[in-house]
Design a protein around this ligand. Sequence first.
Ligand code: IVH
Length: 698
Amino acid sequence: MYTPQDERRLYEQAKQLLKDNFGKAADVVERLREGIVYADWKYYVQNEPTLSDAEYDALYKQLKDIEAAHPELVTADSPTQRVAQGLSERFPTVSHLVPMLSLDNTYNADDLTDWDRRCRELAGTDEIEYCVEPKYDGAGISLIYDDDKLARGATRGDGVMGEDVTVNIRQIKAIPLSATFARYGVKQVEIRGEIVIHKKVFDAYNKQRVGEGLSPLANPRNAASGTLRILDPSEVRKRGLNSLLYHISDYTLLPGASRPGELGTHYDALKWLYSMGFPTPAPDMTVFKHIDGVIKYCHEFEARRDDLPYEVDGLVIKVNDFAMQAQMGATSHHPRWAVAYKFKARQATSKLVDVEFQVGRTGAITPVAKIEPVHIGGVTVTSVSLFNEDVIREKDLKIGDTVLVERAGDVIPYIVKPMAELRDGSERDIKFPTHCPACQSQLERQPEEAAWRCINMNCPVQLVEHIIHYVSKDAMDIRGLGAANIQKFYDLDILKDVPGIYHIDWSKLKGLEGFGEKSMTNLKLAIEQSKKQPLNRLIFGLGIRFVGETTAKTLANATSDIREFYTWDADRFSTLEDIGPKVASSVVDFFAREENRAVIQKLDESGVNLLNEHKGESVADGVLAGKTFLFTGTLSQFKRSDAEKIVEDRGGSILGGVSAKLNYLVVGEEAGSKLEKAKKLGTVNILTEQGFLELVGS
Ligand code: IVH
């Protein structure tokens, strides 16, 4: 789609627009669109951002402003038209042009050898090329492009009929709204693929849900398919879905498909789509001439399945040649020319021994299932969150049940279901408490909420959790004051609330186990340094309901002094990016409360920074904007997760593997194949840990 010259031109054009302050309206519309489509492609398809968030937003805003002033310039494929207005009533049912079949499954080398034998019989030859690509664990979709425009996006449904979710598909920036098929004489084409959600996006989304007292979604697959069917497209846009497209329904439509050597294979077709800007598995496809190579690759790939940014539950092996595929045909359930190799399920059964009820920072009571230790995907699981009372009721769980436990990727383990057929009558109902397990006050539940809460402001567990949150790494980052110490200090009356951090009576710490001169000096220093933390960290640390790190940044960015918020009403908060009525009312509530204002005043008196001197500047625009990193080997100077956060905080991004898109590979000890590959590529900057620290200036 883009030649290197194109890329250079579009990049420079975007920068020039920004520099010229956009120039004259009608003249620049097309250039703005080109720039945004290009930036979306780099970000979502190539995983290699070029513009910073702030620059991207500036281009987008300018296009929107011009289109608002000149409605005659709006086109259906303008990037601004991804955003639909209002809610959908429901999604119309549509029939698929060609039924959407499923895949047959294999689980081991023998299954694959059998499948290969059947393929050779059906094809009438031993010379078969196989193309292997990841099997994405998402939601299947069908896209129709008519006259080069995205005309329809539909869910798989029952394979024959699906739901028309075009409005939501248009929110997915990886999916082009227009294409260049006509240039190749293709008028209509149906493309199939998967809607996926980045594991990191999924984790962040779940964290936010839990913070809001909602139960988290079980896995990225549920999140993707649930999101596709949300009636509010703007909510869909916020979830940041992505897509991988792996099938063209009618290959005979492709240019030169009948001529050997020209788009006659699955591999070439997906590469062609990729070159036109479509997200396909092209970078992760491999072709083999013999099933033995396929089998070896399947085993190797399974070992590094977690390296991909998306959840994969296997590989798909496809006969590469289209003519051969046609000859082999399909059953009513699956094509005979393709098969899934399924990775080992990360599921296991265990026994639900007990349920404990934990009090969180916001007073929400979380039931946690204690299960007999069980190994799933390399970790031992002994406790599993049950999230809230509704989950227990919906799943009909009982103490003593044999339960099916699943762990998808890095995702937290969860109970899929009880094995009701194994019950012997000795199982007991789970009784949800009526009183707080920590302070015995009566629990309350708001009608629209899933959580029971302890609303006692002096509940000791909540006070301790508040302090733990305030000092945490993403908030005020006071090292040396971990959860265990905070609990100890609380019990010994050394630390009772957040402002108390700045008035610790150090004499009481003398002789306390684990608190020698050195650790005390370090702690004092860390507390002192926290006073200078930027305002967004303080706002996050205050633990306002529904205010996560991102919202805290938005809030901080909108003020020069936190106390200005005392006079803001919900409408004013709602004008800020991504702050809806629920968050706005929670923030208003927080700042209206006398006890919270008292905390802020005490922090002020202790010298904690309440100001933001950089009001209005975007925090997303960091020094590593657009740069990509990967860490490999054993790191000794810092934790991988910390280093990744440093990169992301400065606008960079983390890639899942070594590729031409990678800018920096940071190597620890015993770095293996990734280092080799990076050296071979020759385009990657290889850094030691020290080199990395110097680069980021810390
Ligand atoms: S090919 C006729 N390729 O897995 C084409 N499917 O379990 C059949 N899936 O329904 C599909 N990744 O939703 C194909 N690389 C891939 C895939 C893939 C995920 C899904 C697809 C299918 C399901 C079957």
